[in-house]
Design a protein around this ligand. Structure first.
Ligand code: SAH
Ligand code: SF4
Length: 409
């Protein structure tokens, strides 16, 4: 049964596409063409990009290096900021900042900014976790976004404006963004064209200028998308949300596994590591009594032994409508030691922003409204039954979540 879709708004890519394009989606070439059509000199493209990416200007009217008619034309032709309506919630004693962005069709997405102070052997880090879609079609049952169902793909400019918003907030504190991770709402590899446009802008020295090593894309295992990334060469770090090494359990935890089973996902990631020389990061959300046993550690070790890989174990953050909780830390530590014994580099990561439901990758659009108690109970019963069947080794007979039938074609 597909994950229930909670009606928040009717997000619409068509409605958004009818609006003027977001300026952050423009390149030197596209702005050059626009200027040429207007009869303006080409060097203005550089000035506009600087204003968009470097000055933190609140709108074209504030860009005084440009002549007034050009400022007016820019204001009419482009949207300067597609995440203008942003609410912030601060937590972890100021170290984590959740931003709730309302987009121009009413869709709501979130980004989370995490500050890690400098230590004896490492520099300060400011990591931004961004969304690539409003909602998500994959429907992982432990994920708040999965529970929302799919809203729509984000435009490249909407992805990038989350970054510009955070960069402006950091600049006001004399800080700079050091890392961007696609671990917010959505499955980036199911919106890959726009995600790649956004990554190009982040990389481009004339735009954001963030090194490829500082960008991570996380996927639940869209095999054709991984292969496409491999063909492009080393552009960023690839993270794979593994969660289970056994197909029956992964069918339940990551419903996309019914389409691309775990061995195929790991094989595609292996090819990516071999082609790019970049280590793959595997994420495992640790759920008490579900995927944290010795048999699970062995299954993952069997898949990853000898790979250019790193495993991150993340205690599951509480999500309201599941029957599950995080594995106890002692269990996670034992699991980590089993993986390390198999020669697999493993770290345990604490998620940030839990108090405000903003832990990266667990972004709940709390405006969604609560499902009825009966619906919650049905969902819990279904998860208990399906995970119990999985633990007996039975493959899921449930269909792919709605909308994924065509995924990756
Ligand atoms: N859709 C992509 C990227 C966004 S999710 C993916 O699944 O990889 C980013 C990460 O957050 C994933 O590894 C996801 O499994 C994890 N995550 C989701 N819900 C979580 C929760 N409740 N607790 C801990 N991690 C969670
Ligand atoms: Fe989508 Fe990732 Fe959440 Fe799964 S974990 S539902 S793929 S956002």
């Amino acid at each position: 049964m597909p994950t229930p879709v909670l009606p928040i708004v009717q997000p619409s890519l068509a409605a958004i596409a009818a609006l003027p394009p977001g300026i952050s989606g423009e390149t030197a070439d596209s702005l050059g063409a626009w200027l040429r059509d207007r009869g303006d000199p080409p060097f203005r493209a550089r000035q506009i990009l600087d204003a968009v990416w470097r000055t933190g200007a609140s709108g074209p009217e504030a860009v005084l290096t440009l002549p007034a008619p050009l400022r007016e034309a820019l204001a009419a032709a482009f949207r300067w900021d597609s995440v203008g309506a942003t609410e912030l919630t601060i937590t972890d004693a100021g170290a984590t900042e959740k931003a709730l962005h309302r987009l121009d069709d009413g869709a709501v997405v979130e980004s989370v900014l995490m500050h890690y102070p400098a230590g004896p052997n490492r520099r300060e880090r400011n990591t931004l976790c961004i969304s690539s879609q409003a909602g998500c079609a994959v429907g992982c049952p432990f994920c708040a976004t999965g529970e929302l169902g799919f809203g729509r793909d984000l435009l490249a400019s909407e992805i990038l404006d989350q970054v510009r918003s955070a960069a402006r907030r950091l600049a006001a504190r004399d800080r700079r963004l050091t890392n961007v991770v696609f671990m917010g709402m959505g499955e980036p590899l199911l919106n890959l064209d726009r995600v790649l446009d956004a990554v190009e802008a982040l990389n481009d020295p004339a735009r954001y200028g963030l090194g490829a090593r500082h960008i991570t894309i996380s996927t639940s295992g869209v095999v054709p998308g991984i292969r496409r990334l491999t063909a492009l060469g080393p552009q960023f770090t690839l993270a794979v949300s593994l969660h289970a090494g056994r197909d029956p359990l992964r069918d339940v935890l990551v419903p996309l596994n019914r389409r691309w089973p775990v061995a195929e996902v790991v094989a595609a990631a292996r090819e990516h590591a071999a082609a790019t020389g970049r280590r793959i990061s595997y994420e495992v959300t640790m759920i008490a009594g579900v995927n944290d046993t010795d048999a699970d550690a062995e299954a993952i070790a069997g898949l990853l032994r000898g790979e250019l890989a790193h495993v991150n174990l993340i205690p599951m953050n509480p999500v309201a409508h599941t029957p599950w909780t995080a594995s106890p830390m002692a269990v996670i530590e034992h699991f980590a030691s089993r993986l390390r014994e198999a020669g697999i580099q493993t770290t345990i990561r604490r998620n940030r922003g839990q108090e405000v439901g903003a832990a990266c990758g667990q972004l709940a659009a709390e405006r969604a409204g609560a499902p009825t108690p009966a619906a919650v109970e049905r969902r819990r019963d279904r998860l208990v039954a399906s995970s119990a069947a999985a633990l007996r080794g039975e493959r899921s007979r449930e269909p792919l979540p709605a909308g994924l039938g065509e995924a990756g074609r």
